[in-house]
Design a protein around this ligand. Structure first.
Ligand code: GLU
Length: 447
């Protein structure tokens, strides 16, 4: 007798009490996978899905550092090594005050399926700390990163576990982390991705997640004989993913009318063009400022403490900020305003009830684990370049990224159709991501 989703989730919840984000991510996958297990009895018998919910290893450690006044501070560091069936653990590091075990386990779990979809040999992991980079000086960030890596360096390596960036970890932090790894290990290795271009990084890695999201949306629209050109878009967030998604939308002839950060949302009906995006990029990554400065520079409205989903006049929506940023009430606003496609740049930005409403209302919906896989895919390409001691041109990498996004799209569509859920990208991504990892786990026995 196959388990029901509720039975399955009861066991997960008992074993992982209080980890609500982790439960949310597991439930979404279980809803896609449990119904297909009768077609794959081996997977049920060998408890593949159950084993996938148990991280191979969880590292938790103290990260002491000195602030600028010389006072000792400490945070909690984590690395979740979730699944290595198809390759070394791979996934970002997040520095944000909201980070805890539940958030990182949900991200690591999602990463397993996402990495499987990329077609590249990467297992899944995630890590980070509850260190809050906001308001910290460069020197404080450096001292934190060095302390974090002093411990993490014992557990990672180019064939073991290859971290990268995520929220709060960009070029600056990867530089400090890499420098400390090299120092304590006395080894110049491709142990992180998202590195600087002069020391082993890949061209297009910074742009990859955002570009990939828009390529994915383009493929979804192609299915109905349309494209990005001429479409008005809502983008949320103001980090690396949001900025580069907006950039690619502009390049493909679309118009972006919104962005947001922790202080609020901007609405710029004239469109956030490349000049404005370059200014936002400098504001966020150089001056470490916030979007409330935008209306003083460009004509726009600023809504303090609001998200972007209430803004009317858009056909496409790209949630590129963070998990659960799109609640049901916002999904209702989007549907009422005539949204036609939602393509996730962030990890799990839409709550389950919102996804349900999109499906019911005929809105094309792509989950982050498929649509935002371009970032980790180009991380995989960075690993390939490092292993070969060479670097490819920007055009080369972008062509490969485009082909990978098309391949992920095709896989989602064909898998959903094969498993009786045509057009359902959630089901397609979950099943396709699962099958590859499940087969590898079966082949490798009880490890
Ligand atoms: N943090 C990114 C993600 O969510 C990238 C991970 C990587 O490049 O390893 O996929």
């Amino acid at each position: 007798m196959p388990k029901t989703v509720d039975d399955f989730m009861r066991q997960v919840a008992e074993k992982n009490p209080g980890e609500t984000e982790f439960h949310q991510a597991v439930r979404e996958v279980a809803e896609s996978i449990l119904p297909i297990l009768p077609r794959h009895p081996d997977f049920a018998q060998e408890e593949i899905l159950e084993r996938m919910t148990e991280p191979e290893r969880v590292l938790m450690f103290r990260v002491p550092w000195l602030d600028d006044s010389g006072r000792i501070r400490f945070n909690r560091g984590f690395r979740i090594q979730m699944n290595s069936a198809i390759g070394p653990y791979k996934g970002g590091l997040r520095l944000d005050k909201s980070v805890n075990l539940s958030i990182l386990k949900f991200l690591a779990f999602e990463q397993v399926f996402k990495n499987s979809l990329t077609t590249l040999p990467m297992g899944g992991g995630k890590g980070g700390s509850d260190f809050d980079p906001i308001g910290k000086s460069d020197r404080e960030v450096m001292r934190f990163c060095q302390s974090f890596m002093t411990e993490l360096s014992r557990h990672i390596g180019p064939d073991t576990d290859v971290p990268a960036g995520d929220i709060g970890v960009g070029a600056r932090e990867i530089g400090y982390l890499f420098g400390q790894f090299k120092r304590v290990k006395n080894a110049f290795q491709g142990v992180l991705t998202g590195k600087g271009q002069d020391w082993g990084g890949s061209l297009i890695r910074p742009e990859a997640t955002g570009y990939g999201v828009v390529y994915f949306a383009g493929e979804m629209l192609k299915q109905i004989g349309e494209g990005i050109k001429g479409k008005t878009c809502l983008v949320s967030g103001a980090g690396n993913v949001a900025i580069n998604a907006a950039r690619k939308i502009n390049q493909l002839g679309g118009k972006v009318i919104s962005l947001c950060d922790i202080h609020g949302a901007i609405y710029d009906p004239a469109g956030i063009d490349e000049e404005k995006l370059a200014w936002v990029e400098e504001l966020v990554f150089k001056r470490r400022g916030f979007l409330d400065e935008y209306p003083a520079r460009f004509k726009a409205e600023f809504w303090p403490q609001r998200n972007v989903w209430h803004i009317p006049g858009a056909e496409l929506a790209f949630p590129c900020a963070t998990q659960n940023e799109l609640p049901l009430a916002s999904a209702k606003e989007l549907v009422a305003n005539g949204i036609r496609l939602v393509c996730e740049g962030a990890n799990m930005p839409s709550v389950p009830e919102a996804i349900h409403l999109f499906h019911e209302s005929g809105v094309l919906f792509a989950p982050g684990k498929a649509a935002n896989a371009g970032g980790v895919a180009v991380s995989g390409l960075e690993m390939s370049q490092n292993a070969q001691h060479l670097s490819w041109t920007a055009q080369d990498v972008e062509d490969k990224l485009f082909n990978i996004m098309c391949s992920i799209h095709r896989t989602c569509v064909s898998t959903a159709a094969k498993y009786d859920a045509p057009g359902n990208y959630v089901v397609g991504a979950n099943i396709a991501g699962f099958l590859k990892v499940a087969r590898a786990m079966l082949d490798q026995g009880a490890v």
